[in-house]
Design a protein. Structure first.
Length: 193
């Protein structure tokens, strides 16, 4: 009797039931983004990180932009929780200056990889308008936190200065200096008054 050498008639393994695979792929894509940046995001990197077959990604996501959007949504949700935790840890009516210094140091020094990714997304959103709502979620939430304490013009000024301080700090080889961050914020707005 002749051996079955036709690959089309090969016995297929039963499909593994994995109801959380899309979520795991999203988390894996978020990890790849945070670790290596937007340019490193591809199907192979995510499949390897999630330890799933490459075809799983195209089964769950139409294209790389869909995977990117899902991962950024995941990251954005986490960053909104970090921002809310920060808000709850300060009395902003009494100590807005110290709170803002704390936040800029948190994102520049302690959450550096996520902050770098956020700026990568910010620039990418200029070319991909579909990413703009995800890119703006944190800024909108931050403005909402500041709204009871500052005018709309001052909120825009603080956010712009905050971005400038962070971009400067992220480019340094050493952690951002608290004194410099505080002095910079004071120049743009007399927060202590």
């Amino acid at each position: 009797m002749e051996a079955n050498t036709n690959p089309a008639k090969a016995v297929r393994r039963p499909r593994r039931h994995d109801p959380d695979r899309r979520k795991r792929l999203t988390q894996a894509a978020a990890e790849v983004l945070e670790r290596d940046g937007i340019l490193a995001l591809n199907h192979r990197a995510v499949a390897a990180y999630a330890d799933v077959p490459l075809g799983s990604i195209t089964y769950h996501f139409d294209d790389l932009d869909g995977l990117l959007a899902a991962a950024l949504e995941w990251i954005s949700e986490g960053e909104l929780r970090v921002l809310e935790q920060w808000r709850l840890s300060w009395d902003l009516r009494e100590d807005l200056e110290n709170a803002l210094v704390d936040l800029v140091l948190l994102y520049t020094n302690d959450r550096r990889d996520v902050s770098i990714l956020e700026y990568e997304v910010h620039v990418l959103a200029y070319r991909r308008p579909a990413l703009r709502p995800l890119n703006q979620r944190w800024e909108i939430a931050f403005a909402g936190i500041l709204r009871p304490h500052l005018s709309e013009d001052d909120i825009r000024l603080v956010i712009a200065m905050f971005d400038g301080i962070m971009l400067y700090g992220l480019g340094l080889d050493e952690p951002l200096d608290e004194g410099w961050a505080r002095a910079s914020l004071r120049k743009v707005l007399p927060l202590s008054s």
